[in-house]
Design a protein around this ligand. Structure first.
Ligand code: ZN
Length: 312
């Protein structure tokens, strides 16, 4: 009976999600150096992958209707991206099918020099040919006015994230084991997804940068004025703070996070996504407890099982 109760709770939460909730799927095809996979056995490292899904859940309140990318006869598209495990040359992706309201993010990791936690991009040399509707689906996902100096919206097929495996990452769902000096994987994953969703990258972000400040209306209202950005215009400036769940917190999308600390999307971070063109539901901020539930019933059960193992 207890199991039934858990599933009913999860079903109730899922029913409450908006009709076009953004789905982010992670693809491990290029995890060739074993950051998310035990290379000796081929076994997925489920604890790490579950944290990626938890990171994606912070964007599940985005409700834009994204057109499916579904090549038909006469349609083709390709995009190149950095190899997510930095293994060899770039990867060229050809004629991917991507479902409506869905982004696909290729992930991997490898050891690199300290100082960087990870990076993300949405690829380059994107080429699409075929029907007008198909080309529009690939390049804008059906959103209007996404390019140029007066852009007001943004959408993308997906992207890639590389994580630096040299760090002693903390892979916990909650912060109970997050000790000083360890970078928090959930924080970095949520930050990198934010870049793929256009933060610091989209034309509609660049269009609202003036003299080192971001001037988007929702952000200005949240911050109480234009918001300073870093020297590259790709993050908030270091030290910009807002609130998470009503409490003061450094922004997720500033350039760095103190090791041993967790930062999640603040009110100001969500305001910027709204200014970039995402339809952000007011209820988008998952409570810390409900994040686990939003992962879905099966995730809830596996997390509970892991806690038992940890206590044993
Ligand atoms: Zn960043």
């Amino acid at each position: 009976m207890k199991k039934l109760h858990i599933l009913l709770v999860a079903a109730g939460l899922l029913a409450a999600l908006p009709a076009h909730a953004l789905t982010i799927t992670f693809d491990y095809t290029y995890d060739s150096r074993g950051f998310f996979t035990d290379l000796a056995t081929g076994t997925p490292l489920l604890e790490r992958r579950a944290i990626l899904d938890q990171a994606a859940s912070f964007y599940s309140g985005f409700t834009d209707s994204l057109t499916a990318i579904a090549p038909q006869a006469g349609d083709s598209w390709s995009v190149q991206m950095t190899h997510p495990s930095l293994a060899g040359a770039a990867v060229t992706l050809n004629n991917l099918n991507i479902a409506a309201d869905t982004l696909r993010i290729y992930v991997g990791g490898s050891s690199s020099a300290p100082g960087v936690l990870g990076f993300a991009n949405t690829g380059y040399n994107l080429v699409a040919t075929g029907s007008d509707a198909f080309v529009d689906a690939v390049t804008t996902r059906g959103q209007a006015n996404t390019t140029g100096p007066a852009a007001t919206d943004y959408a993308v097929w997906g992207g890639m994230i590389w994580f630096n495996a040299a760090h002693d990452w903390y892979f916990g769902s909650d912060t109970s084991g997050l000790t000083a000096g360890r970078p928090d994987f959930l924080t970095t994953a949520t930050h990198e997804i934010g870049h793929i969703l256009g933060f610091g990258e989209a034309d509609s972000w660049q269009a609202q940068i003036e003299n080192g400040y971001f001037t988007g209306a929702a952000s200005v209202a949240s911050y109480g004025g234009a918001v300073p950005v870093d020297q590259y215009g790709s993050h908030w400036a270091a030290g910009v703070s807002s609130t998470y769940d009503g409490s003061p917190q450094g922004t997720l999308m500033d350039p760095s996070t103190v090791r041993g600390q967790r930062e999640l999307p603040t009110a100001l971070d969500y305001a910027a996504f709204k200014d970039i063109g995402w339809q952000v539901q007011a209820t988008a901020v998952p409570e810390p407890e409900s994040v686990v539930l939003l992962v879905a019933g099966i995730g809830l059960i596996s997390l509970a099982a892991r806690r038992r193992q940890a206590a044993a």
